[in-house]
Design a binder for this molecule. Structure first.
Ligand code: COA
Length: 147
């Protein structure tokens, strides 16, 4: 498995995973949306200098999951993560959250911390973020890069 930047041809699979009922349920905004809407958002996102979308690729081009970073201000980024339902509970989330944070830091050394907004009822997500080093701040989970 590798983590790589999302490309135009990943648009459909990312939409399919993002609109799976389990992912919608875990999201802050639970409403579904059309493929056209997603396509427009995705194409703009790939060109957005303040957004990075990385995908876990099984090595054959198949996308297992997605981690996204939105840079807010100069030193913080908001993180969002979701996996295909068939590839959960196997460490993929741990790998892409940690590796994604490292890739982001390499490209943007000024980023000092990462922020995640998580529903506390989402045990898999809470456990994942804690495992990777995020700290519960009540309204958000935050990771501070060492040094
Ligand atoms: C949340 C999500 C990204 C976790 O990724 P994952 O690959 O399944 O997680 P991992 O296998 O790396 O496991 C990470 C930790 O969470 C725990 N965990 C995983 N699934 C769990 C579940 N269903 N219930 C409770 N704990 C769970 C694991 O045991 C592990 O902790 P441990 O090492 O202490 O045992 C994935 O389940 C997902 O995509 N869910 C739907 C979308 C979502 O909730 N996104 C997050 C919104 S903030």
């Amino acid at each position: 498995m590798i983590l790589r930047k999302a490309q135009s041809h990943d648009c459909r699979i990312i939409y399919d995973i993002r609109t799976d009922s389990s992912v919608l349920e875990a999201s802050l905004n639970t409403a579904s949306f059309s493929y056209e809407h997603h396509k427009n958002w995705f194409e703009k996102s790939l060109k957005n200098p303040n957004r990075r979308i990385f995908v876990a690729d099984d090595g054959t081009g198949t996308v297992l999951g997605v981690v996204r970073f939105d840079i807010e201000g100069n030193s913080e980024a908001l993180v969002s993560i979701f996996l295909h339902p068939d590839h959960r509970g196997k460490g993929v989330g741990t790998f892409i959250l940690a590796a994604g944070g490292n890739l982001l830091k390499k490209e943007f050394p000024a980023i000092a911390s990462l922020k995640a907004l998580i529903k506390k009822s989402n045990m898999a997500s809470v456990k994942l973020f804690i495992k990777v080093g995020y700290v519960d701040h009540g309204d958000s989970f935050r990771f501070t890069y060492p040094g």
